[in-house]
Design a binder for this molecule. Structure first.
Ligand SMILES: [Ca+2]
Ligand SMILES: [Ca+2]
Length: 293
């Protein structure tokens, strides 16, 4: 049943994205097309099992957000952030947040999550006015959790002055279905430098040194091995251009052992001592294509 429904969503997704020409017009007429996308999304939700993220996306395709992005062949997830509620408490569309704290020497201290990714004031937030025609009206700003952790009590994370605070903002495919094996998963997005390590920030003026880092990533985790990371493809976004540019990273899913594991893709930051860490992201696409021999 799972397999059958998954195939349904894959075809349904293609059908939805196939309507891109309609969507690009931004006309009311495209709304009607998107309605059938919503129906397909319900099937997708069941097919993807735990991944409400994927099903949710297709289901909400009725809003035209994902369908409107222009139709990427093999796309299983698309988000331009334009139709998400900028006044809501969460990013929505099943974006998740996981937090980690590391000791000053980089050793792991503790982690927590996953939880729904908040729409500010910490961790990440929908933004507007940070892009051009290809990114407006809304983008995603990812930064640190400056309330982490235990202010006035345990004084950890930023409040320790030396510990490292990691934020991970991601979509999850859980479990990885059999159909993904033999495919290459590609994560593409656009990004613009935010306030990360901004030299004009008082936090970054001598003698203080700002050392925040940021990245995009694809990971797989094995739930049957204590959620051990079985693959990790990072793309450093610490020093990206202040102009919007496109980026891409990919992971070969050939290993049959990946079936049933968890695939995550998204953005991360590591910061300490309240140092600035923000970047802007937009036009996220996760797509499968047959792995080249
Ligand atoms: Ca956008
Ligand atoms: Ca520092």
């Amino acid at each position: 049943m799972k397999k059958t429904t998954l195939i349904t969503i894959l075809f349904a997704a293609l059908a939805v994205y196939g309507c891109a020409d309609d969507e690009e017009g931004g006309t009311a007429g495209s709304g009607g097309t998107a309605g059938s996308g919503g129906t397909a999304g319900l099937g997708g939700s069941a097919g993807m099992g735990g991944s409400a993220g994927m099903g949710g996306s297709a289901g909400e395709g009725g809003m035209g957000g994902s369908a409107g992005m222009g139709g990427t062949p093999g796309a299983i997830y698309e988000q331009d952030f334009n139709a998400l509620d900028i006044n809501g408490g969460f990013i929505g569309d099943d974006w998740l947040y996981f937090g980690n704290v590391y000791n000053a020497d980089g050793s792991f201290k503790f982690g927590f999550g996953p939880n729904p990714a908040p729409n500010g004031p910490q961790i990440c937030a929908l933004a507007t006015g940070e892009g051009g025609a290809g990114q407006e009206p809304q983008q995603l700003n990812v930064y640190s959790n400056y309330e982490c952790c235990g202010p006035g009590t345990t004084d950890e994370g930023h409040f320790s002055g030396t510990e490292l605070v990691e934020t991970l903002i991601f979509q999850e495919i859980n479990p990885i279905p059999a159909e993904f094996i033999g495919q290459t998963f590609t994560f593409t997005f656009e990004a613009k430098l935010g306030n990360i390590n901004d030299p004009s920030d008082p936090k970054c003026t001598a003698p203080n040194v700002c050392e925040s880092t940021a990245a995009a990533f694809i990971k797989t985790l094995d739930p049957n091995a204590g959620f051990a990371t079985t693959n990790e493809v990072p793309l450093d976004t610490t020093n990206i251009s202040p102009a919007w540019m496109g980026y891409s990273l990919s992971l070969d899913l050939t290993d049959p052992a990946l079936e049933g594991q968890i695939l995550q893709f998204g953005f991360s930051t590591i910061a300490q001592d309240f140092e600035p860490s923000g970047n802007f992201y937009d036009n996220v696409v996760g797509a499968n294509s047959p792995t080249a021999p």
